[in-house]
Design a binder for this molecule. Structure first.
Ligand SMILES: *Cc1c(COP(=O)(O)O)cnc(C)c1O
Length: 223
C-alpha cells in the first residue's frame, strides 16, 4: 500500500459510515487518482472545469465526479453530461443556466447551494438571509432539471477552532431550517462541510459529506 492509499484508509476508518468522503484530486495527476481508485475510492472532487473534463476523459467511468469550485455560467455545458454533484451553486443566475443546459441534454442535475459562512470576504456563496429571502420569493420552484440536494460551506481559514465550529454550527442550523421548510423535498439531505484541516469538527457539527484533498494526496503544487 502506498501513502495515498494509507491516508485514505486512515481517513475512512476515522469517519462514520454515513459521511461521504469526496477525495479532492485537483492539481494531482490522473495516476494519483488511480491509486485512490485502486484502494476503492469512487468519489472525487475537482475545482476547475478543464481539469475535471480531462480527468473524466482519462479515467474509469464508474467514478462519481463532483465539481467543488466556482463554476462560470459559460462553462456549465462542458461538465453537465457527466458531473454527479455541483457543490458551488452560488447564484440564481448560475442555477438557471444549469437548469436550461440540463434540460437540453435531458438530465436532472444534483446541486448544492453554496453558503458563505466564513469571515473572509468573497463574492461566492449566498448569505443565510439571501437564501431565506429567495425561498420566500419562490425563486427556486421553477427549476425542472435541477435537484437541490443540500448546502455546502467553507469555514474561515483560521487556527481558531471555536470560530470554525460556530460557523459549521450555523450552517447546520440553516440546513435544518431549510429542510424542515420542505420546499426541496426529502432529497434535500446533503450537508457538505469540512476539509483536511477541519473535517473532524465539521462531522461533530453535523456534516455528512467532507471534501478532503491534501490529507489524502499531499500538498498541492500550483504553478
Ligand atoms: C481544495 C478544496 C478542498 C480540499 O482542501 P484540502 O484542504 O486540501 O483538504 C475542499 N473544498 C474546496 C471547495 C476546495 O476548493
Amino acid at each position: 500500500m502506498n501513502s495515498i492509499q494509507q491516508n485514505l484508509q486512515e481517513i475512512q476508518s476515522s469517519i462514520p459510515s454515513y459521511v461521504t468522503l469526496v477525495a479532492v484530486s485537483k492539481t494531482h495527476p490522473a495516476v494519483a487518482v488511480m491509486e485512490a481508485y485502486d484502494a476503492g475510492q469512487r468519489v472525487f472532487g475537482e475545482n476547475k472545469v478543464q481539469e475535471l473534463c480531462a480527468k473524466y476523459d482519462a479515467l474509469p467511468k464508474d467514478i462519481e465526479w463532483h465539481m467543488i469550485g466556482h463554476l462560470q455560467s459559460n462553462k456549465v455545458r462542458y461538465i453537465l453530461p457527466f458531473v454527479s454533484l455541483i457543490h458551488g451553486a452560488d447564484s440564481v443566475k448560475l442555477l438557471s443556466v444549469i437548469d436550461k443546459e440540463a434540460g437540453k441534454i435531458g438530465r436532472t442535475v444534483d446541486c448544492l447551494l453554496q453558503i458563505h459562512i466564513a469571515m473572509e470576504e468573497t463574492k461566492f456563496g449566498f448569505s443565510a438571509d439571501e437564501i431565506m429571502e429567495l425561498m420566500g420569493n419562490q425563486s427556486f420552484v421553477n427549476f425542472r432539471n435541477i435537484r437541490i440536494r443540500g448546502l455546502m460551506g467553507m469555514a474561515s481559514f483560521t487556527e481558531n477552532r471555536e470560530q470554525v465550529r460556530s460557523e459549521f454550527r450555523g450552517l447546520k442550523s440553516l440546513f435544518e431550517n431549510i429542510k424542515s421548510n420542505g420546499v426541496f423535498g426529502p432529497e434535500f439531505n446533503i450537508l457538505s462541510m469540512g476539509m483536511s484541516g477541519d473535517y473532524g469538527i465539521a462531522i461533530e457539527e453535523g456534516s455528512n459529506m467532507v471534501r478532503v484533498g491534501s490529507s489524502i494526496f499531499g500538498v498541492r503544487n500550483y504553478n
